[in-house]
Design a protein around this ligand. Structure first.
Ligand code: AMP
Ligand code: MG
Length: 409
């Protein structure tokens, strides 16, 4: 087999992966204090108005506009947390921010705008407007409104909103459990001294951080030697524990690559070898109830594979509505030509007045992980494309925009 035979296009591979990935099903109840990062399993309707009643947005005086011409004695004092009585005709109420508007009052005058008669009656300015300084009941949320949809991954903003309608407990999907396998006889954990022939295992930590940031739970990790037996038994253990088994390395066709036959012996491999660069030998399949994704060992290939495949697959397993990147278009500052593989370039995307400008990291080798830190986006060049400076290129951001620097190398 030639190295370029039977390569599946990336888009076709991704949609097949998503089709083979089961949607999240298992639901659990969690307290709102534990809900950050979880995915909502059901739409949330509000059972109350927010705010629940008209209230004052100022410290000041509540009155009837019809009474505004004459001096107004103060007939009640309403602090936040108190329930006011109806406002007596021809009087005003002292009121504070967040306090409920007394029935009958239709405006609040801020305390800085008033004066008093010798008898301590209130005098208000003439230019008053109906409803001024009153926050209306339901101005934020109406009772019965859907405030959040199933599939939303909850962050601190959502928690604030949920609390504002009084929700203490909510239904979320179970966290996705992931097992990471790092294949390679050459790998050593950071913290140990390197012996000749060895390199540090970077993929394990790259993937662990990536997965945890996406709300998954890494339940096991193994470093696996390059033998068929070791690979097979590690895959077996991983599949017994996790919804998603992620391996790196050993997925090609070399004598030291055992992932493919080992997965085939335990389950089935649906996808293998994609028309993409970096990362041709990506594999996807099932072992029992677990989804298996095999990423190539080069750290940039692992990184790109994580962005392009692991993220959307994980989103589906997690019940999250969003998984696909937000595609953007930018102008290339570089030249590039692709062959039969779709290429993912590490680029620095910066917004310049009215468009995104894309600068490519000079060394796009799949072993150069520095490129992924320097860059904040992946530009996608389809197969057989020629890109010249100024050409439009599709990309997605994976990190915030960095300040452009003339030369970072
Ligand atoms: P493989 O896909 O096993 O052929 O590995 C491709 C390249 O990636 C080799 O140079 C490996 O040494 C390297 N590599 C594999 N796994 C890791 C890892 N976990 N961390 C860093 N480099 C790796
Ligand atoms: Mg290897």
């Amino acid at each position: 087999m030639r190295p370029t035979d039977n390569l599946m296009p990336v888009d076709q591979a991704l949609s097949a992966m998503l089709q083979l990935t089961p949607l999240a099903e298992v639901i659990e109840q969690v307290a709102i204090s534990k809900a950050a990062g979880r995915v909502l399993a059901k739409d949330i309707q509000s059972t109350c108005d927010v705010p629940p009643a008209d209230n004052s947005s100022m410290d000041g005086y509540a009155l009837r506009l019809a009474d505004a011409g004459a001096p107004l004695p103060i007939s009640q004092r309403v602090a936040a947390g108190r329930s006011p009585g109806p406002l007596t005709q021809g009087t005003c109420a002292r009121i504070f921010t967040g306090a409920e508007i007394p029935p009958g009052a239709d405006a609040v005058v801020m305390q800085e705008a008033v004066s008093f008669t010798a008898f301590d009656d209130l005098l208000v300015p003439e230019d008053l407007k109906p409803g001024q300084n009153i926050r209306r009941a339901g101005q934020d949320i109406r009772r019965g409104a859907t405030i959040l949809k199933a599939g939303t991954r909850l962050d601190y903003r959502h928690l604030g909103l949920l609390a504002s309608v009084g929700i203490a407990e909510l239904a979320v999907f179970r966290k996705v459990s992931v097992a990471i396998l790092s294949t390679g006889d050459e790998l050593v954990q950071p913290g140990k001294a390197l012996q000749p022939g060895q390199i540090y295992n970077s993929n394990r930590f790259l993937l662990q951080g990536f997965l945890e940031a996406l709300g998954a739970e890494v339940v096991s990790f193994e470093q696996v030697g390059d033998t068929y037996a070791e690979t097979q038994s590690a895959l077996r253990r991983a599949a017994d524990q996790a919804d998603l088994v992620l391996s790196t390395g050993g997925v090609s066709v070399g004598e030291e690559d055992h992932i493919k036959p080992a997965v085939e012996s335990l389950g089935e491999l649906a996808i293998w070898r994609l028309a993409m660069k970096p990362g041709k030998p990506v594999a996807f399949g099932r072992i029992d109830q677990s989804i298996f994704i095999g990423l190539p060992g080069n750290p940039v290939s692992t990184f790109v594979g994580a962005q392009v495949f692991v993220k959307p697959v994980l989103a589906r397993l997690a019940g999250e509505a969003a998984g696909e990147p937000d595609w953007l278009t930018g102008l290339a500052s570089f030249s590039a030509a692709t062959k039969i593989r779709q290429e993912y370039l590490r680029v620095q995307a910066t917004w310049q007045d009215d468009h995104w400008q894309l600068n490519a990291y000079p060394n796009q080798n799949s072993g150069v992980l520095t490129s992924a830190i320097w860059a904040n986006a992946l530009a996608v060049l389809p197969p057989e494309s020629d890109v010249a400076p100024g050409d439009k290129v599709r990309f997605f951001l994976y990190a915030d925009q960095t300040t452009p620097k003339p030369d970072n190398n």
